[in-house]
Design a protein around this ligand. Structure first.
Ligand code: GLC
Ligand code: CA
Length: 554
């Protein structure tokens, strides 16, 4: 198999609990995914990343793994997994799993053994730190509260960067590393194509465990701040790569935030430890201040700037994986398009920008039909631990319950975790019974069945985009050509040129007003358009609100 086999592919993220329920228990499962492989094939998908389907108590929806070698019974059996891998292979689709190895579940055998003997060898699989008066320091976990939890009947605390049910694994311990590598190879041996790598920057720790200046009234500081003083991550990841991924020519995409220039080379350069990392710069636009209630809506100018910067930084180094949303974010269309402008045209414009920019596009389930944020009107309707935590943060900051609900409804991860909308039936064609998570008022009009029938649908537009990405004539340029900013000074127009053996320009009028732009070169052909018509006179192009056009140049 060619070394860079994954380059120029289109990927799709599945959140197994919410994709398709095959056995009528209200929970998505592996057989349900297998049933939809033809749908994915028709959408032009080559790589499918499954969020965790391992055995788990689901405190953090599977990102708390109790057994890396077992499929959780709610998703089916290992035979179902093998069948999924084999059926996918028949369709030239590669399956990528989620590698969650910064932490495991507190129900994992290793942690149970550590608790049973806090001075024994398993304690050393984790970070058990002695402390006489209270927690060893003031670090705050990602999901709120201290990162430290007492180990019962001892003067020790264990570290959890995320929820207390997710104890951090001790990467300093060579035995732990070997066990992790063994497990990775076991899965690669089974025929999976690689991994999306969860929360990986967190495996490095500041082993002095020093407290840091508080960043909030609770006296705590985000655990991320401690990473600046942490020991280097490089040796761990080099070893990981050599002992696992390299041996199988695996595709890997890292969940990496805030990397420096040097780290970028380390991660995705020529000899990088991963194939790719996600470009989160766009996804986190507008996230600022003290909490979700402080977030602001990103403007078209900010989106443009973020994309231009990302390519300027990364394109000479390696391949970015692009997203507009995932299971940790609100729905992309609701995040990036002002509510008053949310319609099929603007959704297609956003899709055009993402799929045709340089990189490996990841489509998150439901994105291809334009699924929007969900309607939630009570805090009890949320499942996600980070949403519930944020709700309390907002209340503690003195806002009202109504304001808190408004903030979390907009940014909750549950917006992206409700069932895939296959039809407008009671349970959205996802299940015959009430799904594990569903809004009381889902927007049924958005569904696969109706969009398959309508030629103008968002789904068919996504199909056109992925087909264009692979087009015989133009695909090479879109997949591998250079990315060059275009019309940077024209406000609210997000445009770029892709240059390879062809010259293709992608122009999006990301606003509700018309705009006229002057092109520098004569146009040869109109390749894609989210309107029926195009107003082009010579090199003067008038664009309707949210019009997106793809043109080839002479
Ligand atoms: C990653 C996952 C997120 C999870 C966290 C802890 O950020 O994407 O869903 O909660 O890691 O594993
Ligand atoms: Ca099921």
């Amino acid at each position: 198999m060619e070394k860079n086999w994954w380059k120029g592919k289109v990927a799709y993220q599945i959140y197994p609990k919410s994709f398709n329920d095959s056995n009528g228990d209200g929970i998505g499962d592996l057989k349900g995914i297998t049933q939809k492989l033809d749908y994915l094939k028709d959408l032009g998908i080559d790589i499918v990343w499954l969020s965790p389907m391992f055995k788990s108590p689901f405190i953090d929806q599977g990102y708390d793994i109790a057994d890396y070698y077992a499929v959780d019974p709610i998703f089916g059996t290992m035979d179902d997994m093998d069948e999924l891998i084999a059926e996918a292979k028949k369709r030239d689709i590669s399956i990528v799993l989620d590698l969650v190895v910064n932490h495991c579940s507190d129900q994992h055998e290793w942690f149970q053994k550590a608790l049973a003997d806090p001075d024994g060898e398993y304690a050393d699989y984790f970070y058990f730190v002695e402390s006489e008066d209270g927690a060893p320091n003031n670090w705050r976990s990602y999901f709120g509260g201290s990162v430290w939890e007492p180990v019962p009947h001892t003067n020790k605390y264990y570290l959890h960067s995320f929820h207390k049910a997710q104890p951090d694994l001790n990467w300093q311990n060579p035995v732990v590393r070997e066990k992790i590598f063994e497990m990775i190879n076991w899965w690669l041996e089974k025929g999976i194509a690689g991994f999306r790598i969860d929360a990986i920057i967190n495996i490095k720790k500041d082993l002095s465990w020093q407290s840091l200046p508080a960043d909030h009234e609770d006296g705590l500081v985000a655990v991320t701040a401690s990473l600046e003083n942490a020991q280097p991550i490089e040796p761990f990841l080099q070893e990981l790569k050599e002992k696992t991924f390299d041996r199988y020519n695996a595709f890997t995409v890292g969940e990496v935030f805030n990397e420096t220039e040097d780290e970028l080379v380390f991660f995705i350069g020529e000899d990088g430890v991963f194939s790719s990392i996600f470009d989160f710069k766009q996804a986190i636009l507008g996230q600022q201040g003290d909490g979700w209630h402080d977030f602001v809506e990103p403007t078209a100018e900010e989106i443009k700037e973020s994309i231009f910067k990302a390519h300027k930084r990364a394109d000479h180094v390696g391949v970015l994986s692009t997203i507009i949303e995932n299971h940790d974010e609100a729905r992309g269309v609701s995040h990036f398009i002002p509510k008053a402008d949310l319609n099929d045209v603007s959704k297609k414009a956003l899709a055009t920008i993402q799929i045709l920019r340089k990189g490996l596009p990841f489509i998150y389930q439901g994105q291809e039909i334009g699924m929007e944020n969900q309607y939630f009107d009570k805090v009890e309707q949320f499942d996600d631990i980070s949403t519930l935590n944020e709700y309390h943060v907002v209340l503690e900051d003195g806002l009202t319950e109504e304001e808190a609900l408004k903030a979390v409804s907009k940014y909750s991860r549950d917006n992206a975790r409700t069932p895939m909308q296959w039809s407008d039936e009671d349970y959205l064609g996802f299940s015959d019974v009430k799904p594990w998570l569903i809004s009381e008022r889902p927007n049924r009009a958005i569904n696969v069945a109706s969009q398959l029938e309508s030629q103008d649908s968002i789904l068919n537009y996504y199909r056109a985009l992925t087909a264009f990405y692979k087009d015989e004539e133009y695909g090479e340029t879109i997949r591998f050509g250079a990315f060059q900013p275009l019309l940077a000074d024209v406000e609210n127009v997000i445009a770029y040129e892709r240059v390879g053996d062809k010259r293709i320009i992608v122009i999006t009028n990301f606003q509700p007003q018309e705009v006229v732009v002057n092109l520098e070169h004569p146009v040869k052909d109109v390749l894609l358009n989210n309107y029926k018509d195009i107003e082009l006179e010579g090199q003067e192009l008038s664009l309707k609100p949210y019009q997106a056009v793809v043109l080839s140049l002479e």
